[in-house]
Design a protein around this ligand. Structure first.
Ligand code: IPE
Ligand code: IPE
Ligand code: MG
Length: 253
């Protein structure tokens, strides 16, 4: 079983270190948590929603401005239909139960990913969450749903190609900023920190463009157990890292 950190409810990251502006989280390990505890996988996903609630609250408390959570990947369609529909039902439960509260707390919801293949009720629900929170500015929650980094880049490239074909832009104008502006995440800064729970050490197609210089923190905890104290630990790890962006250590020149 995953060890619990000593810190409790009122965990706080260490003072003095830098706090990331945008954190991305790959919420992995629901199924393993369920099977290790003798439950069907669906129970792991349900507990995962509770972990998501705790984490959004903690992110607000710790002063992050942007949080992006990976909820359903373009590759997750490879799972059995029953599991896919359980994951969709959970999204519905989360939005239906939490939207009012998030609205009141000033949370703006953005959704990243393709609408292709999504049932109409899910697409409408996502639109509702985006629309009803569009004026909020206190905190930004990105939900990566039916999201794949490569699909996002390919879709952005198609839009750029259309603009080029129609003569709205010239080839020389295509640069990193232009392409980034066509990604679903435009409006969000690049993630400073990407956390993955669940014992695997890979990105699984999450924010592959945006995460070019993100600090990566892999945690052995399974997602349903995640919460404030684990987020505090990840922020401490982030604060201890030295980011160079290809340059030199400060003071080394
Ligand atoms: C993460 O948990 C949730 C999603 C990928 C949607 P998993 O369902 O991947 O759980 P494991 O990795 O099988 O334990
Ligand atoms: C990544 O987890 C996707 C989400 C958390 C939504 P997966 O469980 O799908 O990733 P792999 O299959 O282990 O790479
Ligand atoms: Mg997994």
């Amino acid at each position: 079983m995953t060890p619990q950190p000593a810190s409790s409810e009122d965990a706080q990251p260490e003072k003095g270190g830098s706090v990331p502006v945008h954190v991305g989280i790959i919420m992995d390990g629901n199924g393993r948590w369920a099977s290790r505890n003798g439950f069907p996988r669906s129970v792991g996903h349900e507990r995962g929603v509770e972990a998501l609630r705790r984490t959004v609250r903690a992110a607000q408390k710790f002063g992050l401005q942007y949080l992006t959570v990976y909820s359903f990947s373009t590759e997750n369609w490879r799972r059995p239909v029953s599991e896919v529909s359980a994951l969709f039902t959970l999204l519905k439960t989360f939005v239906n139960r939490d939207l009012e509260r998030l609205k009141k707390e000033g949370v703006r919801i953005s959704v990243f990913g393709t609408r292709e293949g999504l049932p109409d009720d899910i697409a409408q629900l996502l639109d509702r969450a985006i629309h009803e929170t569009r004026e909020n500015t206190a905190f930004n929650l990105g939900i990566a749903f039916n999201y794949g980094g490569r699909e996002e880049i390919a879709r952005a490239t198609r839009q750029v190609a259309e603009d080029l074909k129609a003569g709205r832009i010239g080839a020389a104008e295509i640069d990193e900023a232009l392409l980034a502006g066509h990604l679903d995440t435009s409006g969000f800064p690049d993630p400073d920190l990407i956390i993955r729970t669940g014992e695997e050490h890979r990105l699984s197609n999450f924010l592959v463009w945006q995460g070019a210089y993100a600090e990566l923190v892999f945690m052995d905890v399974l997602w349903p157990e995640f919460g404030e104290s684990y987020l505090a630990d990840a922020l401490d790890t982030f604060a201890s890292r030295e980011r160079r962006f290809g340059g030199l250590k400060s003071g080394a020149a």
